[in-house]
Design a protein around this ligand. Structure first.
Ligand code: FAD
Length: 479
């Protein structure tokens, strides 16, 4: 009998699974996709917000500020990629300056320690590309950026090392209540018996809740955000996160330097009906461009290498909903985990574990193993280190992705990692092969062959991403 099934392996499910792996519990993570972190967690701005804009006294405010602190605390322990950029919120008029002053008060009330009002001149000295017509900025030095799915890999790898099980391609489709346990049923007709369920399924959280609740206390209102991704060759253009003033729809269109040197421009916020509709639109992207150009000049859009969109799990509840079911013991729902859910994730999991522990006391494992793996990429290694790596494992000498300098050895290690990947998109997520300027134009066919070889499968059986998305439909003469 399982103690807790965590449904969903986004940043929230991954932090929860990792926290639970510290206790004497049998824990299983079920994920509907072929890889972890493919929901909101793969399609967001990657910002660890300081906590300046959530409304006072909300869970969003409390857990955002706490989450920001926890990322710093866990940085070394979990090898979390963090770039301490800081951020500016921009004012364009005298009225905007009043809003900045209110935001400063809100930030201080929320517990943000460092938050300063700066003059136009001070701001332009730091960030040369801001528009000259700005009137002043709110500086938030504690804002950072991360790479969310890389955090999930480390969390789940460590959780798996400590006994948590992960099953991919298992979409929960039904929950049956028995006398003192539950049967969780998936699309493959697999049945799991469990004493507890944690519903961390992002935009699907109200649907999963409806499998077991008579009344679901929140309804998801999917809100899509679209982005441009600029190549890391223009990394020097921007070193700080740039926010406009927040409005009713959220934080607005941002300019965000990323951990690996790319720059993100976006997102917009559009309510949509279909929670799977990850399209990018001409109108959406034009809006993003226009709004971004109000904050900064000469944005190097010529270096755009792709566009994408993500769907926020906004909800009718307005705040994060993190509660035990009223009628079903040990069933916990996490609803409306939209922004700042990435930032808050470690604090959300801490908050949930406290809820569980208060009612159903947990006992700590004596033999919890800390995260040991040293995760450094070949690209970032020194020449001396590169030479050593190639000597130790000669396939580090074969560069597969030239844009991001990813070696064949790194791809093989990703395929055989505890989470394991066997798709082109999975390799891109785990190693960055295909994430560069040519977007896989040069290396995808090489990666295809490596996956086929390692998995001993036919080339036509290798998918781009999910089931039935093969790149090759028929064998060619060459193969
Ligand atoms: C455009 C955009 C920008 C954002 N920017 C930021 C930001 O800069 N900073 C910040 O703090 N937050 C940001 N957020 C919010 C943040 O991304 C989310 O709050 C966070 O990723 C939520 O994580 P999660 O694990 O709850 O959900 P998700 O990442 O969506 O994970 C849910 C998981 O559940 C799985 N699942 C769903 N249904 C089932 C089922 N039936 N069976 C099994 N598995 C299932 C999904 O496949 C998915 O893997 C942004 C969000 C968006 C969309």
């Amino acid at each position: 009998m399982i103690d807790y099934i965590v449904v969903g392996s986004g940043i929230v499910g991954s932090f929860i699974a990792w926290e639970l792996s510290k206790y004497n519990l049998k824990v299983l993570v079920l994920e509907k996709e072929s890889d972890i972190a493919n929901g909101q967690t793969i399609a967001n701005s990657g910002i660890i917000h300081s906590g300046h804009d959530p409304l006072e006294n909300t869970l969003k405010a409390k857990l955002c500020v706490r989450g920001n602190l926890l990322y710093r605390k866990l940085e070394t322990k979990l090898q979390i990629p963090l770039r301490k950029t800081g951020a500016y919120v921009i004012a364009h008029s005298k009225e905007d300056l009043k809003v900045l002053a209110d935001l400063q008060k809100r930030a201080l009330y929320n517990g943000v320690k460092e938050v300063f009002l700066l003059s136009k001149e001070e701001a332009l000295k730091e960030v040369k590309n801001l528009k000259e017509n700005i009137k002043g900025v709110l500086s938030l030095p504690s804002t950072m950026v991360t790479f969310p799915w890389e955090v999930c890999f480390n969390l789940l790898e460590n959780a798996i090392e400590n006994g948590v099980e992960l099953e991919l391609n298992q979409e929960v489709t039904k929950i049956v209540k028995k006398r003192d346990y539950y049967v969780v049923v998936t699309n493959n007709k697999t049945e799991y018996q469990t004493k507890g369920i944690i519903n961390s399924t992002g935009v699907y959280s109200d649907i999963i809740a409806s499998y077991i609740e008579k009344e679901v206390p929140f309804k998801i209102i999917p809100r899509r955000g679209e982005y441009f991704v600029l190549d890391h060759s223009v990394a020097n253009y921007l070193t700080k996160v740039i926010y406009p003033l927040p409005d009713i729809k959220g934080k607005g269109v941002l300019l965000t330097p990323q951990v690996h040197g790319n720059i993100l421009i976006g997102p917009n916020a559009e309510e949509i009906l279909d929670r799977d509709d990850l399209a990018t639109t001409k109108e959406g992207l034009e809006y993003v461009k226009t709004e971004a150009l109000k904050q900064a000049k000469n944005i190097p859009f010529h270096a755009n290498i792709r566009t994408f969109s993500g769907i926020r799990a906004s909800s009718t509840y307005q705040d994060f909903y993190i509660k035990e079911s009223k009628l079903n013991k040990k069933v916990f729902h996490l609803g409306g985990i939209d922004s700042p859910g990435l930032t808050a994730a470690p604090a959300i999991s801490e908050y949930l574990i406290n809820l569980i522990n208060q009612k159903y006391p947990l006992t700590k494992k004596q033999n919890f193993k800390d995260f040991q793996k040293t995760k450094s990429s070949f690209k970032n290694a020194s020449i001396k280190e590169k030479t050593r790596l190639i000597k130790e494992k000669p396939l580090h000498g074969k560069i597969v992705c030239r844009c991001e300098l990813v070696t064949e050895q790194e791809i093989i290690e990703a395929i055989n990692s505890p989470i394991g990947v066997d798709t082109i998109k999975g390799i891109k997520k785990h190693t960055r092969a295909g994430a560069g300027l040519c977007q896989g134009g040069y290396c995808e066919n090489l990666i295809l062959k490596i996956i086929a070889r390692e998995k001993q499968k036919k080339l036509t059986k290798i998918n781009y991403y999910e089931k039935n998305t093969p790149i090759l439909l028929k064998e060619s003469k060459e193969t």
